[in-house]
Design a protein around this ligand. Structure first.
Ligand code: IPM
Ligand code: MG
Length: 365
């Protein structure tokens, strides 16, 4: 089959890890006879440098004309410490999510048994951890208005707005229920309904949507309690659904269960995911651009590589091919190869390129 993919390497380690994921994709293409035609676009700091815009119009169009998008990472410290910067690399990513209607961000947290010793938590806490976060991605405090900074007679003041409509809550919560239905029929909805009005609406709408899913057990959990439970008993969870900012924070926390943020893929979808269905989506690692590691051939490419099977499953309908990539990663880890971030005693340390070559070698059959 033929597929058209947009590739946006971005900043920092983005280009290096994307190169390795593309290697794996090509290996799958030749083994299963698919033609992945790749077109590259600019996003983030590199786009600002070359065009003045974090999301150039050409890039948005390229993505809209593709079956799916593969993204590296965006962000460069050049902009971070300038509160007055007019445009930032991250603006490009947010505009892309919004522009492509990618409201559902899936972040699976799965502990590879061979990596339990690489994590900071006790192996007995990590055993059996396998859950998925559904994070709302195009609303909430990331996009709410007003959002501004202004001078008053008593100094500066700033405001952000956490706002959700019934419709926005309903469609993301449905994604949670659908995933839960296909897994262990247990959904945790995370909010701060004891304090926030937007969370009270979230809870009300979620409870309403639950009526259409009598087979799924719904539990509401406050975000602070959830943050604690994720460390205390992470195996408790199966599917969690939450708002944009809570999801941003909780998924970084949860990443530590998998040993490293370098292991976590993500999918951002424009519809309800179903295995084998062709839903448009953007696939990227859950981590950032790690500028200090850029160009050193040390970054772990596995989060990006593991985003490929998510793309194969949700956007391209290639389930067997997806399994082949996941198996390849599992085998390489079982054989003892590790990048620096998941390294432990007695294992073989490899760089970004070597890890990509190893996985591509196995994925190619
Ligand atoms: C993420 C990142 C982004 C976010 C940044 C880079 C804008 O932290 O994907 O989790 O906050 O959504
Ligand atoms: Mg984040």
């Amino acid at each position: 089959m033929q597929f058209k993919l947009a590739v946006l390497p971005g900043d920092g380690i983005g280009p290096e890890i994307t190169t390795e994921a593309v290697k794996v994709l090509k290996a799958i293409g030749s083994r299963f006879n698919h033609d992945f035609s790749l077109e590259y676009g600019l996003l983030g700091g590199v786009a600002i440098d070359k065009t003045g815009a974090a999301l150039p119009g050409d890039t948005l169009k390229l993505c809209r004309d593709s079956d799916a998008v593969l993204l590296g990472a965006v962000g460069d410290p050049k902009w971070d410490n300038d509160p007055q910067a007019r445009v930032r690399p991250e603006d490009g990513l947010l505009a892309l999510r919004k522009g492509l209607g990618l409201f559902a961000n899936l972040r699976p947290i799965k502990v590879f048994p061979v990596l339990v010793n690489a994590a900071n938590l006790k192996p007995e806490v990590l055993r059996g951890v396998d859950f998925i976060f559904v994070r709302e991605l195009t609303g909430g405090i990331y996009f709410g208005l007003p959002r501004k900074r202004w001078q008053t007679s008593r100094g500066w003041r700033a405001v952000d707005t956490m706002s959700y409509s019934e419709r926005e809550i309903e469609r993301i919560v449905r994604v949670g229920f659908e995933l839960a239905r296909a897994r262990l029929q247990k959904l945790v909805s995370v909010d701060k309904a004891n304090v926030l009005e937007s969370s009270r609406l979230w809870r009300q709408v979620t409870t309403e949507v639950a009526k259409a899913y009598p087979d799924v057990e719904l539990e509401h959990m406050f975000v602070d309690a959830c943050a604690m439970r994720l460390i205390q008993n992470p195996a408790y969870f199966d599917v969690l659904v939450t708002s944009n900012m809570f999801g941003d924070i909780l998924t970084d926390e949860a990443s530590m269960l998998a040993g490293s943020l370098g292991m976590l893929p993500s999918a951002s979808l424009a519809g309800v995911p179903r295995e084998g269905a062709g839903i448009f989506g953007l696939y990227e690692p859950s981590h950032g651009s790690a500028p200090r590691r850029a160009g050193l051939n040390v970054a772990n490419p596995l989060a990006t590589i593991l985003s490929i099977p998510m793309m194969l499953r949700y956007s391209l309908g290639l389930v067997r091919e997806a399994q082949a990539v996941e198996d390849a990663v599992g085998e390489v880890l079982s054989e003892g190869y590790r990048t620096y971030d998941i390294m432990s005693e007695g294992k073989v340390k490899v760089g970004t390129r070597e890890m990509g070559d190893l996985v591509a070698g196995k994925a190619g059959g």
